[in-house]
Design a binder for this molecule. Structure first.
Ligand code: FAD
Length: 335
């Protein structure tokens, strides 16, 4: 490993993940955070957009805060495969020398980030939930560790770029300002079909719901005793998604992709309904960014009530069907 001159590296890069012209929300969350870090370091915020016919995404990246977009437009990038993405990204990093690189901790981001970090000897912190820079401008990448019992702050002093994959749903997305101006730079595409080892033969999309995108979440805990029927019915009536505590997931009542909390997902819905959930700190960590929280619990002293905007002391098996009937309009609301 050769020593590098860290002063040759500058600017904050954000990977804007998109598929067939649709950007992932986490990309806009990272642009907001990247803008803050770039301003603190007095450096440029650069967005990377790879895809086919995706100029609109590049333009949106400018509107959401990027000073420049490095835009690689080629059919080789659609659908996503790790080898063309990794090699194109690696070549840009080697050529342009960014100081900080932020990538969404999605399946895609996690899949190719290592292909960039390893060959350029970069430091890569995975699954960060907080970001900052210290007085010297070093990235402070924070993430849960020891199974969520502690937070670790990781600095990369001697190597560049300082790379992080970041959990979706932790930050607010950058707002759009159509008046903002920035440069969209088409970059040389250094990969082609003959260089890639993988071919996509068929795409099979399973029932994988991303609760981090949901505007309404109805969550159940151990108080459901395994019966998520009333939770599902209220979620359906509201057009929301079902979520759960770790206790419910550990029991096998709900699939792990729906777990909210420190070792699950972070959600920031407009409405979060917590039924039969005590309000453990590890659960609160995943939902305390919700706009309105409604808690239903038989125990009036349950900690969840301290974090709820509305609390109903009662049995979820009685309360939830009544709420569902009200939402469906089957039952009159008497205030
Ligand atoms: C390192 C670590 C990481 C963790 N990560 C997570 C995480 O990511 N997410 C997470 O959720 N937890 C996590 N946990 C677990 C967490 O500490 C709690 O154990 C868990 O959240 C409790 O789940 P619960 O609220 O469903 O169950 P309980 O704490 O058992 O609460 C059940 C609640 O239901 C109420 N109730 C019972 N019957 C009814 C009824 N009929 N109607 C209404 N209310 C009823 C009870 O009064 C009680 O308040 C983690 C723990 C550790 C140590």
């Amino acid at each position: 490993m050769t020593d590098i001159d860290v002063t040759e590296y500058s600017d904050v890069w954000v990977f804007v993940e998109q598929h067939e012209g649709h950007a992932e929300r986490v990309a806009w969350e990272l642009l907001a955070e990247g803008r803050r870090l770039a301003d603190a370091k007095d450096e440029k915020l650069v967005a990377l957009v790879f895809g086919e016919d995706c100029r609109a995404v590049a333009e949106e990246a400018v509107a959401r805060g990027a000073d420049r977009v490095l835009w690689a437009d080629d059919p080789v990038f659609e659908p996503y495969r790790a080898d063309p993405y990794g090699e194109q990204f690696r070549a840009l990093v080697a050529d342009r020398k960014p100081d900080i690189v932020l990538i969404g901790g999605t399946h895609t981001g996690r899949d190719f980030a290592g292909r960039v970090a390893v060959p350029v000897h970069a430091g890569l912190t995975a699954d960060c939930t907080e970001l900052d820079v210290d007085d010297e401008g070093l990235l402070l990448a924070r993430r849960p560790t020891f199974g969520g019992d502690a937070m670790a702050t990781i600095k990369c002093v001697n190597h560049r770029p300082q790379m992080a994959t970041v959990r979706a749903g932790v930050f607010d997305p950058a707002p759009t300002d159509p008046e903002r101006e920035g440069e969209i730079e088409p970059v040389e595409v250094v990969v082609d079909e003959s260089m890639t080892k993988s071919r996509v033969l068929e795409r099979v999309v399973g029932d994988v719901t991303d609760i981090t995108d949901a505007d309404i979440v109805v969550a159940g805990g151990a108080g459901t005793d395994g019966d998520f029927g009333p939770i599902q019915e209220l979620a359906d009536a509201l057009g929301g998604e079902v979520a759960a505590t770790r206790a419910a997931v550990d029991e096998g009542w709900v699939e792990p992709s729906r777990q909210v909390g420190q070792t699950g997902k972070t959600v920031r819905p407009t409405l979060y309904i917590a039924a039969g959930i005590s309000g453990a700190i590890q659960h609160l960590e995943g939902m305390n960014g919700s706009e309105v929280v409604v808690a239903i619990n038989t125990d009036p002293n349950a900690p969840i009530f301290d974090h709820a905007d509305y609390g109903i002391v009662g049995d979820l098996f009685e309360v939830l069907p009544e709420l569902t009937a009200m939402v469906r309009g089957d039952q009159e609301v008497i205030v």
